[in-house]
Design a protein around this ligand. Structure first.
Ligand SMILES: Nc1ncnc2c1ncn2[C@@H]1O[C@H](COP(=O)(O)OP(=O)(O)OP(=O)(O)O)[C@@H](O)[C@H]1O
Ligand SMILES: [Mg+2]
Ligand SMILES: [Zn+2]
Length: 261
């Protein structure tokens, strides 16, 4: 005991020992150790490293968690979101009809039940300004808060972004973008179907194809007939509908509520 106190002093311990026990037995490593507790609360177990190993393991796990989180943050930053969606949540979506209330419930349940084992997609279809983007963004926020990687992209702007990769304006190649889209846990294609020229159609085909069997949300103004207007669109539509629940969101345009026409 003398010996340890001397040693402790040398090692720079300025605190008094308030408790000590010798020849204790560690159940985890099977070693014998001496126990010292200091008046500052510090504990030293001389002869057993189990606590130290556990501590190191915990900090490694914390580090990994942090890394995963920062990667998810980086991916989400690639999202293409219009300003008016920054503040949206389920709470601030006030359904203006029973139908839209039902749609909100389905979206909330989708976010609550989100796990990687059970891959499910949503097609949210309806007229302008009924909250399709609002609710899909609310899902994204909730799923992201659970620690999953999410990406939200406005399709027309996504097509421009792809074009911009050709002159390297984004600092990202088309392949890198396609890889991120293919890898995320949840992908949102917002406003699918408008301005679909040949280029957009073929790009969307590749991207949707890479998402088959994963979690996706599509929002669209198009009805089923418009979505299947030609062979190429049918090929995309058939992939969109794999394992997908259709949510109808028709109603009054919330943007022009209160206006009389
Ligand atoms: N029921 C609601 N309660 C609160 N805000 C709403 C509601 N419905 C829509 N909004 C708001 O109105 C705006 C338009 O909604 P949103 O962009 O979600 O419509 P949309 O269905 O995606 O329309 P579009 O088909 O034109 O893309 C958004 O700012 C959204 O937050
Ligand atoms: Mg929208
Ligand atoms: Zn031990």
């Amino acid at each position: 005991m003398e010996a340890f106190q001397n040693l402790a002093k040398k090692a720079g311990f300025r605190n008094k020992i308030v408790k000590q026990e010798f020849e204790l037995h560690c159940k985890d490593c099977g070693r014998k150790y001496d126990y010292y507790e200091f008046d500052n609360g510090q504990v030293v177990k001389d002869g057993c490293d189990c606590d130290m190993i556990a501590l190191a393991k915990e900090s490694t796990e914390n580090y990994r968690k942090k890394q995963r989180k920062s990667k998810a943050e980086k991916i989400f930053k690639q999202s293409i979101i219009n300003d008016n969606l920054a503040q949206v949540t389920f709470e601030n979506y006030q359904p203006t009809s029973e139908k839209l209330n039902y749609a909100k419930g389905l979206c909330q349940r989708y976010a609550q039940n989100f796990t990687l084992d059970n891959k499910q997609s949503l097609l949210i279809q309806g007229s302008f300004g009924t909250g399709k983007s609002h609710l899909s963004m609310s899902i994204v926020k909730e799923v992201k808060a659970k620690g999953y990687t999410v990406l939200y992209m406005n399709v027309p702007q996504l097509i421009s972004t792809i074009k911009n990769t050709y002159n390297n304006r984004n600092g990202m190649t088309e392949q890198e973008l396609a890889q991120i889209i293919s890898d995320v846990d949840l992908m949102v294609f917002d406003d699918f179907g408008i301005n679909m020229n040949e280029f957009a159609t073929s790009k969307m085909f590749e991207l949707v194809e890479s998402r088959v069997g994963k979690h996706n949300i599509f929002t669209t103004n198009l009805d089923e007939k418009e979505m299947t207007r030609n062979k190429d669109m049918q090929r995309i539509f058939s992939r969109i509908m794999s394992n997908t629940t259709l949510i109808k969101m028709d109603g009054q345009d919330y943007r022009t509520r209160g206006l009389k026409f």
